[in-house]
Design a protein around this ligand. Structure first.
Ligand code: ADP
Ligand code: ASP
Ligand code: MG
Length: 423
């Protein structure tokens, strides 16, 4: 008997029919003798619908008071899901009970809309499991010290599931979704994308942080920190397929480098349309300038990603960086009103039509020429690179967003990612 956590995403929970299918699958696992904790997301489209209602009433930018209410509203999507799934499980003859985040409780900090899980009290859940119940817990939400409901950021149910698995020392956490694993890139953009049988934890972390939304980044961080065995697989297979076959399907996130069977130099391509670029033109090139610019940006709690400073001409330079698109307006205002005048910049300009495309692979550590191959492939497509950033296992470029799909397809081809590797 093992303790297993299943997570089902929005599409997998998208209709009563699909919920019934989830219940049948979970019942199969429970009948095979496993203790089951299930973490569903809101039904697909529901979180957007709820947040859309809030936006109709207040398009204003986010005050802490407003953010608190957004979490109050958004968390209800998952509350509906757990109730429906518990009913569907009961209809399958299971003893099932549902809990919201605050009932468990899943304790978080108070950063509304992007709260972090601090601890999980599993006493109640363990007692239910010991009594033979299937326990269904809301994804995406928790409660802060003052009993306010919080949410964990979009896609946060992945993190709920892995955190619960970590807290309960589950034998495995299975993330069921609408694709049958982690692919070399988003299969919706590149139909030739190939499913990876395994991916190393480090690569998965990079892929998630660089935009592959198949797993929320914090879920991967939790999995790494607590060594949670983690697998991504499809909820769209027939619920009654052989359980041993199902348990081996999808993509396993591995923690040991030598466990990784597929040894490609580049394992995957990620892309991200969520960033925008801001530039200060004609800044005096003198010591301390980067700090004078980025210090106030950090104080305003605006996260900065890619940074570039051009070589100076006549003692003047241009300084660009990217921020999340949600922070773009605030960043521009800050630069125009305070930072720009303080550093005597000639002009502030911005561009929201950019995207970041990244190649990821632990094989890049031991191979040279990978970045230049990337740049050649983009140049052959006539794509101009605006910014570049690299780390040991990734190279990212910022380009015009209209070339995003072209770039991803070209790189997928250039690095032979559509070719099955010898295992
Ligand atoms: P869920 O609702 O189950 O959490 P998501 O929509 O959050 O599902 O994540 C699954 C989606 O992630 C897939 O439908 C796919 O389009 C997208 N995706 C992006 N990059 C990848 C990738 N490298 N491998 C697989 N899916 C990816
Ligand atoms: N329902 C939330 C969202 O849409 C959380 C999740 O699906 O993981 O972002
Ligand atoms: Mg998701």
């Amino acid at each position: 008997m093992a303790l297993i956590v299943h997570k089902y995403g929005g599409t997998s929970m998208g209709s009563p029919e699909r919920i019934r299918n989830v219940a049948k699958r979970v019942a199969k696992w429970a009948r095979a003798g496993h203790q089951m904790v299930v973490v569903p997301s809101a039904m697909s489209g529901e979180t957007n619908r709820l947040l859309g209602l809030a936006k109709e009433l207040s398009p204003a930018s986010s005050t802490p008071a407003l953010m608190r209410e957004l979490d109050m509203i958004a968390s209800t999507g998952e509350q509906v899901s757990v109730g429906l799934l518990a009913i569907a499980l009961q209809a399958e003859g299971m003893d099932a009970v549902s809990y919201t985040g605050w009932q468990v409780p899943v304790a978080t900090d108070s950063s509304y809309t992007k709260a972090r899980i601090e601890s999980i009290d599993d006493t109640r859940v363990r007692a239910d499991l010991a009594a033979g119940k299937v326990v269904v817990i809301t994804g995406f939400q928790g409660v802060d010290e003052a009993n306010n409901i919080t949410t964990l950021g979009r896609g946060g149910s992945d993190t709920s599931a892995v955190a619960i698995a970590a807290a309960m020392k589950a034998d495995e956490c299975l993330i069921y979704t609408d694709v049958d694993g982690v692919y070399t890139t988003d299969p919706r953009i590149v139909p030739e994308a190939r499913r990876l049988h395994t991916i190393s934890f480090e690569e998965m972390l990079e892929m998630a942080s660089l935009g592959s939304k198949v797993l929320q980044i914090r879920s991967v961080e939790f999995a790494g920190k607590y060594r949670v065995p983690l697998r991504v697989l499809s909820s769209f297979t027939p619920w009654d397929i052989d359980i041993n076959e199902e348990a081996k399907s999808g993509t396993l996130i591995t923690f040991e480098e030598d466990e990784k069977m597929e040894q490609a130099v580049v394992s995957g391509i990620a892309f991200n349309r969520d960033e925008a670029k801001v530039t200060l033109l004609g800044v005096p090139d003198k010591p301390g300038i980067a700090f004078q610019i980025l210090g106030p940006v950090a104080d305003a709690k605006i996260d900065v990603d890619v940074i570039i400073q051009n070589v100076s001409q006549d003692g003047k330079t241009d300084f660009s960086f990217t921020v999340h698109r949600n922070d773009y307006q605030r960043a521009i205002e800050l630069l125009e009103k305070t930072v720009g005048p303080a550093v005597q910049a000639a002009k502030v300009i911005g561009d929201t039509r950019i995207c970041k495309v990244s190649i990821v692979g632990i094989g890049m550590r031991s191979h040279v020429g990978i970045a230049s191959k990337m740049f050649r492939s983009l140049s052959e497509e006539g794509i101009n690179i605006q910014m570049i950033t690299t780390s040991e296992i990734k190279t990212s470029v910022v380009i015009d967003e209209k070339y995003m799909e072209l770039a991803v397809r070209a790189l997928h081809r250039a690095f032979d990612l559509d070719q099955e590797l010898p295992v």
